[in-house]
Design a protein around this ligand. Structure first.
Ligand code: TXA
Ligand code: MG
Length: 319
């Protein structure tokens, strides 16, 4: 059985006993376990059905822990950490030997972040080890932003999900590595490239999908519903090319008069990109559960967090 609850002591006890559980973060729910124990890490990969070549992020309670797990931190990384932590920023930094190789798939860098969800921080403070946690979805599927969605997609595979309500950000952390003192974004996420640039003075985006994927999160097929998924800049035009029955839509601001209301989700009626990010995965899970013939989604304005939303929609439609 898989239970949902808000019993921190139970979560601590399960994690101390080498179990893997669902935990809330401000971005998406994580599938968490002791990052220092290779057999726990193996369990995470198994539950997620994730290839061992796709490394995991470790989560810390506070910045004083950082030096225990990584070395040679560039000054610019310190500056970004100071500004964005706790929060949806993941840094790729050279790992120390205490971090098992299986966490990083053999790469010399480990991905690390300090989440800002109060329950996640409370939990991490009670543990003597960091938590490795990928998003709590089967490999390639839509990330969950509620305990209920985790339960539905991982039912019977984990015993417990710590319920922290709906994730406030709703989209994964931004992953940043460094070449010297230049920050390179390897996965677009809740913190926009402009925001990184404002603090660091410069930023580059790594868009190379296939040449040696340093961050497999950049893989083209990802975050995808089971239902056929199409992406468009013009919903009304796209709708004319498909039968209305069996069609669901994921629109940015406006409902369509052509499609039954229950087959539509709006990301933000007021046109707020933050609200759109917050609602994105929840809406995708709901539409996918309707088992329609197709879902048509609409691109959002490509600025701020909208860049990450469009990135996820592109990947979801790549299949
Ligand atoms: O917001 C988030 O980051 C969420 C929450 C739970 O913290 N976690 C998350 O983890 O999105 P995951 O495993 O679903 O995505 C992490 C991405 C993967 O694409 C992985 O390949 C990349 O980070 N990654 C992890 N460690 C890496 C490393 N050492 N080098 C390069 N890429 C790495
Ligand atoms: Mg993921």
């Amino acid at each position: 059985m898989t239970y949902i609850g808000n019993d921190i002591e139970r979560a601590v006890s399960l994690l101390e006993n080498d179990q893997v559980i669902g935990i809330p973060t401000e971005t998406v729910y994580g599938l968490a376990g002791n990052a220092l124990n290779p057999s726990v890490i193996t369990k995470i990969y198994e539950v997620k059905k994730r290839p061992l070549t796709n490394p995991l992020i470790i989560h810390l309670s506070d910045v004083t822990q950082l030096h225990k797990y990584v070395k040679n931190i560039p000054a610019i990384a310190e500056k970004l950490a100071e500004h964005f932590w706790p929060g949806p920023l993941t840094l790729l930094l050279p790992k120390r030997d205490v971090i098992p190789d299986i966490v990083t798939s053999g790469f010399p860098n480990v991905a690390v972040r300090i989440p800002s969800h109060p329950l996640a921080i409370q939990l991490l403070r009670k543990l003597s080890f960091p938590l490795a946690a990928p998003s709590a979805n089967p490999f390639g599927y839509i990330s969950p932003t509620s305990a209920e969605d985790v339960k539905r997609i991982l039912f019977g595979k984990i015993d417990y999900i710590l319920d922290g309500g709906l994730c406030s950000k709703g989209i994964e952390s931004t992953i940043v590595g460094f070449e010297g003192e230049t920050p390179i974004i390897y996965r677009l996420g809740a913190i926009s490239p402009e925001a990184i640039k404002k603090i660091a003075g410069k930023v580059e985006i790594n868009n190379k999908h296939n040449a040696k994927p340093i961050s497999p999160g950049m893989h083209p097929f990802h975050y995808a519903p089971n239902t056929s998924f199409y992406l468009t800049d013009n919903m009304e035009v796209m709708l004319k090319t498909f039968p209305r029955t069996g069609t669901g839509i994921l629109a940015f601001k406006n409902l369509s008069p052509l499609i039954p209301l229950e087959n539509q989700d709006i990301l933000s009626t007021s046109g707020s990109l933050d609200e759109a990010a917050h609602n994105l995965y929840k809406a995708l899970h709901r539409l996918d559960s309707l088992k329609l013939d197709r879902i048509i989604a609409e691109r959002v304005p490509n600025n701020g967090i909208g860049i990450a939303i469009n990135d996820r929609l592109e990947r979801a439609s790549a299949k």
